[in-house]
Ligand binder design. Sequence first.
Ligand code: TXA
Ligand code: MG
Length: 307
Amino acid sequence: MVQTRVRPYGPEAIAAAARLIERGFPVAVPTETVYGLAGDATNGEAVARIYEAKGRPSFNPLIVHVLNAKQAADIGAFNDEARRLAELYWPGPLTLVLPLRPGSGLSSLVTSGRPTVALRAPAHPAMRDLLIATNRPLAAPSANASGRISPTRAEHVKESLRGRVKLIVDGGPTAVGLESTIVATDGAKLRLLRPGPIDLRLPLAAGGAVEAPGQLTSHYAPSKPLRLDARQAEKGEWLIGFGPVDGDSTLSAAGDLVEAAARLFDRLHEADRQPRPRIAVAPVPDEGLGLAINDRLRRAAAGRRGG
Ligand code: TXA
Ligand code: MG
């Protein structure tokens, strides 16, 4: 448990928030849609702490907040339609899913290891001040505990995340109150993944956003068979260790779940690139972030069994 402070939005609150973010701790901050739980999108452990604070039992890619289209273009690959939408609606409640650019510097946990990234330039001055003060892209899901509704006031955040975040920046009630519209521009045609405040008159894509049920196949999974709860490698396996189980690589030699979550997708990608035909992963405790790690590992293993 940490002590949760609530500070009114202003230069001091933003400076305190920026210091926490630079140290890898998430901070709740208002956007024009809902309050977000913001963390350094380039730091895997900071992103892992966002999941930890939300108590979410699974990993889902997060929206990355940027100041403007110029900063966004360093991270995602814009086509003409994406550029046009950004010109029309940014800053504002529109999120664009774009192909992730190599060398973007984002942690692989932000995108759940996927080759696409969700980007949004928010309009709220508090989030914009924080983007300027930290000078880095900020991952921010809604600032509620898993399974609770999105917060539109600092009090909602406090009820939901008290003891789990160090700082809530109170900017009063949010103006829009509904999460951003999400549009995928990575395919040939624009696809609406989540309806929201901006009505683009697009049909909702089958499946919607990746957190919708039945979207498991769109999650990143290694292309090789995966064996769980492995204490040593069998023939042909690349073993990903954890804690006391040494492997060819490790999620965390210290058995630290924050570190393990931060590295999960990098280790899976690395294992996938090896000449050995199979992957094994050491047991990870089913508690805290371990729940989300195991959820992802089980899906990866089941995906191969089923297909
Ligand atoms: O208004 C908002 O969008 C708020 C504020 C804080 O900005 N944020 C928000 O983030 O709602 P979050 O993390 O709760 O919602 C992220 C949504 C999820 O449905 C996720 O599946 C989808 O965005 N998403 C993120 N990256 C994606 C990707 N690469 N491809 C498809 N969907 C993606
Ligand atoms: Mg949410």
